[in-house]
Design a binder for this molecule. Sequence first.
Ligand SMILES: [Fe+2]
Length: 184
Amino acid sequence: MAINAAVKGDSFERYIEEIRSIWGDGKDPQLPFKVKDLMANLFSSTTSDEPWMAQLIREGKPSRELYRDPDFGFIQMGHVHSKGHGNAPHDHGPCWVVYGAYRGLTEITLYRRTDDGKEPGRATLEKKELHRLGPGVVYPYLAGDIHSTHAVETPAVVFRFLSYDLLKVERHRYDLEKDTVSVV
Ligand SMILES: [Fe+2]
């Protein structure tokens, strides 16, 4: 398996193998929830002194690609966020994503659109839900879910599983102050 040479660990390799074994055609609507469970298992079976995890934490990189699947196209990212890290509301277009916290506390806000979407470039949002991701907490977000993230307790070690390469799809970013939406 083509796992990044710096990320060799039994628990991580097992996690990737488990995802590959259930992937099928990638269209099972339960997949995001199955990956959520597998990621939670990964966290509970990985101690912070396991070399690959210790290295990830020690290096403290804001963003790192840990694995990219050559057959199915999914990607596992690892992030270490410092105080104040956050982003504007966005969606992942046609892709789904699983966010999980290994350390720290990250808040993820979910939004609903309150406009009818008929005026190009314009969007109004209201907050729908707040997820607090402390250690071991994992949530899936489905295609079109609008969300933003905010690191509350840091360093926040966050895993982000992408169903596909986001650079290859059309997705959206929202501006809460200007009530606008733009293609990323
Ligand atoms: Fe996101």
